[in-house]
Structures are given as C-alpha cells and as structure tokens.
Design a protein around this ligand. Structure first.
Ligand code: ASP
Ligand code: MG
Length: 403
C-alpha cells in the first residue's frame, strides 16, 4: 500500500465548511486505497492573531512561551479535522508534532527538525487509520514544545513524507501551484509546471510564499516528489503535471533561464563595522536568523527577515548596548530576486535586470548574486514595481517554459 502525505494550508481550513471539504478530499484519497497522513496548518489567520495577542501582553514575548501559544493553533485544526473525517465515516486520529515524533533542536520559534521518529504514525497507519498531524511544531531533545518558523507546516509534511518513504507529498493551498511571481502583484505571472528542488528552495528563500525553504531539503534527500496544488483541485491523476506544480529531480531546462521572480519585503538590513565573529555571536545568542551575509573591507552586511523576529526592540537594544554606532539596522528596503539555475554564468542577467530597474526609476541600493539567484535591494515602497519590471524583462519577454 502506498503512503501519501497531504498538507492543507491555513486558508484551506479557515472555517468549518472548508474543513469539511478537506475531510471529503482526505476520505476520497483513503478510499483509493492509499495510507493517508494529513498535516494541517492553523485555521485562517490564527497564527497572526495569536502573535498579535502576545504583542499586546509583551513587546518582546518570551520565545518558549510563544511556542506554547502558537502551537495551539495547529492543535485546534488537527482535532477539528479529525472529527470532520470521523463524521464522514473515516477512522482518523490526530497527533501533535511531539506525538508524531518530530524532534527538533532547542531554538524556540524557528526550530529545526533534527530527526523524525514516526513510530506512532506508523502504528496508526498499520491499523488502517488516517493520521492527522499538527504542522509547524515539534519537541526539542530537552522535551520542550517548539515551532518551526512561519510557514513551517510544509516542513512537517515533507519531513514526515521523507521519514515514511511516502510516494508523494501534496501541498494543498488556495493557489494552484508555484507561479513565476505572486499573481496578486503580477497579473501576467505564469504557473510553473515543474521545478527542481534547488529552484524551489531558492524561490522560497527569496520570499515566494508557496513552499517553505527548509521543507524542500527533506524531499531532496529522498527524492520525494512534492505536488503544490489547489485544495479545490482534483486528486493527482495519471499525469500529475496536468495541474499544479511538481517539484522533483532534474527537470530539463535551458541553463541560464530565469524561472521566477520573488520578493521579501519585511526585512531589515544589518550594516556593521564590528568584527564578524563578535557580531555573529550576538546574533546567535539572540537567535536572530539572517541571510546573504557579506563581509568586505571591514564592513559586514546581512539581511534579517522579520518573519521570526518577535523581539525586535530587544534585539535593537542589545546591538546598541554592545556596539553603539558600529552596527546599524536599516529599515525601508525590500529584497527582490530572480531565480534560475546557471543564471549568473555570464553577467547578461545582472546587467539586464539592473538596467531595467534603473530605467523604471528604481535604482538598487545593493546587488548580490549566487549561482541560482540575483537579489536587488530596493526601496520597500517600490518592491512591487520592481517585481513587475523584472518579470516583464525576464519572463514575459520569453515564451512560456516547457514543461
Ligand atoms: N500556522 C503557521 C504560520 O502561519 C504555520 C504554517 O501555516 O505553515 O506560519
Ligand atoms: Mg498558517
């Protein structure tokens, strides 16, 4: 019997009616003869609402207590979904992240999964049950409840799929796949039929919201296919690429092709003349995540996403106390990126993108490249315009990608 993992995002379980629809889809999958594991996110905007409540109580909420609070969101949806499935005659059992064997490090609020021990899940599957797992949470080796960072239900689903050697992992949301840009910003955005693990990881790192970056690592390891599709869409048929987006190994693609444009707007830029080991030690101590670290001529820059930074004022105070004017947080910028394998083999793409941005009246404050990505820092107010400009330049100007 094949095992499949289905993950349903917050908007797909936003209310009881939607939960029922998901329950029907789960039961239909089970009736096809597959063993089914379901991973759920918190209902609708629950996580944002819980965070807002925490902020009302404390400007710098304690990380451990935040995990206790935020993990409750997914517990609500797992229990309700399990009830809804039972209502349809399915034999469902809900399990928390901890009960499912999601073991993490002890970094509260953006913990990393270090191991999955899915014994209870396997036992329940062996009894023919549908297992409903609370996404986004685990338990640390210190036996503390942890959460996996915003969007972390994807990580739960893919890590569980890898641990169970699932046939595939479906990520179901209100969007029918991964697009070449956010369709709300770029109406001409195109759905991408197939993406490689690396491309998907880069898209997610660059701010595309469809799949969580860490999640892809687990799928890549085991070569598990991830299907991103709409909850309202059909179950995977004989041709899984007929709808949604398939993430798998090595799709054919012309090297140098830009597959997508993504942006991350809620970031702060850290700029500092402090010796990197000293600066980074403080970031580690405060568990502040950053990306695209750059050190040159005595100056360090780092992009700090605000997603999992819930104690920003305390972080600012700590920086000021330790380093004074030698470390600054610059607000008001956004990171806009284009992604594709081999896009920096020549300077054609960096030049083309930079020129297009300048011509559109968006002079970039900084540029960074890697083998899969070019990132421009632009004023936050112009982030959408920059995404549209880059999409027009790199994607609309070329025929649709095959596949
Ligand atoms: N509920 C969590 C969040 O909103 C996790 C998730 O949705 O994947 O970030
Ligand atoms: Mg959510």
């Amino acid at each position: 019997m094949a095992t499949v993992v289905q993950k349903y995002g917050g908007s797909s379980v936003a209310d009881v009616q939607k939960l029922r629809h998901v329950a029907e889809r789960v039961v239909r999958t089970r009736n096809q003869g597959d063993a089914v594991v379901v991973v759920v996110s918190a209902m609708g905007d629950t996580t944002d609402e819980l965070l807002a409540k925490a902020k009302e109580v404390s400007a710098n909420p304690d990380r451990r207590e935040l995990d206790m609070l935020l993990s409750a969101g997914e517990r609500i949806s797992m229990a309700l979904l399990s009830m809804a499935i039972r209502e349809l005659g399915g034999d469902a059992i809900s399990l928390t992240g901890s009960q499912s064997g999601i073991i993490t490090n002890d970094r509260h609020v953006d913990a990393r999964i270090i191991e999955v021990r899915p014994f209870r899940v396997q036992d329940a599957l062996a009894q023919g049950k549908i297992v409903v797992i609370a996404g986004f949470q685990g338990v640390s080796y210190k036996k503390e409840v942890t959460t996996l960072g915003r969007g972390g239900s994807d990580t739960t689903a893919v890590a569980m799929a890898a641990a169970l050697d699932a046939t595939y992992c479906e990520i179901c949301s209100d969007v029918d796949g991964v697009y070449s840009a956010d369709p709300r910003v770029v109406p001409a955005a195109r759905r991408i039929g197939t993406l490689s693990y690396e491309e998907t990881q880069e898209m997610a790192e660059a701010g595309a919201k469809v799949l969580n970056a860490q999640a892809v690592e687990f799928a890549k390891d085991k070569g598990i296919a991830i299907y991103a599709r709409a909850t309202a869409g059909p179950l995977p048929g004989a041709d899984p690429s007929s709808d949604g987006t398939v993430v798998r190994r090595h799709p054919p693609r012309m090297p140098g092709t830009v597959v997508g444009v993504a942006s991350e707007r809620d970031v702060i830029l850290l700029e500092s003349e402090v010796a990197p080991p000293e600066l980074l030690a403080l970031l580690d101590e405060r568990a502040v995540a950053g990306k695209q670290l750059h050190v040159a001529s005595g100056r360090t820059t780092l992009i700090v996403p605000r997603d999992n930074l819930h104690d920003e004022t305390r972080f600012r105070d700590a920086l000021r106390e330790s380093f004074g004017a030698r470390a600054r947080l610059i607000d008001g910028l956004a990171a806009v990126s284009v992604v594709g394998a081999g896009i920096n083999a020549t300077y054609t793409n960096v030049r083309g993108g930079s020129q297009a941005l300048m011509a559109a009246g968006i002079p970039p404050a900084a540029v960074a490249t890697s083998s899969f990505r070019i990132t421009w820092m632009v004023p936050r107010a112009q982030a959408d315009a920059a995404v549209r400009t880059l999409h027009a330049t790199f994607i609309e100007a070329t025929p649709p990608l095959l596949p």
